[in-house]
Design a protein around this ligand. Sequence first.
Ligand code: ADP
Length: 659
Amino acid sequence: MTKQTLSFQAEVAQLLHLVTHALYSNKEIFMRELISNASDACDKLRFEALDKPALLEEAPTLEVRVSFNKDAKTLTIADNGIGLSQEEAIANLGTIAKSGTKDFVSKLSGDQKADSQLIGQFGVGFYSGFIVADKITVESRRAGLPTAEGVRWVSGGSGDFEVESIERAQRGTSVTLHLRDDALEYANNWKLKGIIAKYSDHISLPILMEKEEWKEGEPIDKDDPSKGTTGGGMVMTGEWETVNQASALWTRAKKDITPEQYQDFYKQISHDHTDALAHTHNRVEGNQEYTQLLYIPSKAPMDLYNRERNSGLKLYVKRVFIMDDAEALLPGYLRFVKGVVDSNDLPLNVSRELLQESRDVKAIREGCTKRVLGMLEDLAKHNALPKTEEGVTDVLSAEEKAEQEAGLGKYDAFYTEFGAVLKEGLGEDFTNKDRLAKLMRFSSTTTDTVTVSFADYKARMKEGQEAIYYITADNAAAAKNSPQLEVFKKKGIEVLLMTDRVDEWALNYVNEFDGTPLQSVAKGAVDLGKLQDEEEKKAAEEAAETFKPLLAKLKEALKDKAEDVRVTTRLVDSPACLVVQDHGMSTQLARMLKQAGQTAPEVKPVLEVNADHPLVKKLEGSVNFNDLAHILFDQALLAEGGMPTDPAAYVRRVNALLV
Ligand code: ADP
């Protein structure tokens, strides 16, 4: 291949611009990213070499070497891992293959501050080299290819890059950063060692640097010691030393790992730049022997709701990296969890397909699920307390302390980010349904924050109240102002407000909590049971009787729209509202399904009217009965966030009245 100049994919150019501008204040992360790439490359080779030992050539010890040249202003990170073929260099270093990163780039606003927060959630990977370099030279040869098939890739980090074939004896990749003038501090032994210790200590393969030694100055005049010596200085010794601990973090004993080390490891595996919210680290013995180190992030990634997205667990078998995103290790509703599982029993050659079917893996998944739920229960239990108890990550940052003083604990923080995903578990994981139900939080007619558990609600139930009442709606405002809540407000009965898209679906699976049934206030007739006094019951029955002829007329007028028309006691201020039959699909869910392009059964709601409302009283003798009936129905639909099927007709009818 002769030298050719190629353009970066548009997204790369955008990412590069952002990397060099937004990450300027946290320059040193480029080391973590490049060493992590080198380590991944070694992991990949180790794995491929299980089948093809010849790939290891004559250098079976995998390692990373970091070196610099002050005079040339360069810093080089070299590995003897899998390497890149010429095509791979073009594809992997010129485009963004990962859809997540593409999405991310498309969300950039151009506002530096907002963007740099966003970037915190993503690995910027290789391109982070351009934070400190104005030119990067990559030389590589893929393991197994002849030495004539090396590749050199060079770019100044703006629009394009150059690639050409080179002869290369060593397998693997070396990345040489040509340092910017304001980044020369990185061509320094102790500075680099410090950064490696900070970010890459736990990388399980050795990172080597050339040893430096202090050398005394020479006498200025050999014959006259009184003239003194030239200044001493550090010199390279030509000997290489390992500068990291080089043991996989999860294999060490808990007591030997500091909170900072746990956080640094989290950042390395998750490419997240913010600290994790909590972690759990255990060696599991018994049927299956494995180590798990699982983290809950503080912030949800942007593609959290994409159920196809990669899950975060890395699978190792006896310390050998097997695969990223081993989705079989956790159920879908825990896809936000990041971490590592290292099994002692699985075969090294497990494939994704095998993982799906393996009973051993099933046991690991159950174990991981239990641990994560345990960790969440712990967070919930200690929500408003300083987190120093065992099992919960201690050491609060100033920010967390402020949050706690404001009454917002770690569990609330977790729930804000991931609650909606956790809810999917109600319909997905029947074994743990009860534990999950206890972890759910909602806002309610008496509490604005999403902090009310079913247990809290039960503890506050009114004397004689027999159900946990809830309402589902598209958003909090619609829920709170829903006419269906009127009688509950009047009687001071708390109602849980459910406004997550998944609520409607998830609640299908929860009929009761701890012996108390759950009841949607928008389904079926209101039966407040013992909460209604005799007088109210009698009034309702009488109203139903006297309104019979009117109801029949309404029913006839609205026969295409409403399943039934009846008098209700649930309304106080509004003339009418819509409800569905007890076991029917709610109108919200039907609407959601339609929006998502799925087929939903036609839900014909029941129109309930308030016999005490002046509008309803006036209906009886009105000349434009038919129009009023339709307005009544359409308004009830609007009030719950729906849309009349024929909005123009609705407007025409209202205007006719106004005129
Ligand atoms: P990521 O590592 O998150 O996929 P990067 O931008 O860091 O993204 O790297 C892009 C790709 O370039 C990697 O997926 C890998 O295929 C390749 N790559 C980067 N560094 C190396 C390396 N040291 N050895 C081999 N391949 C590498």
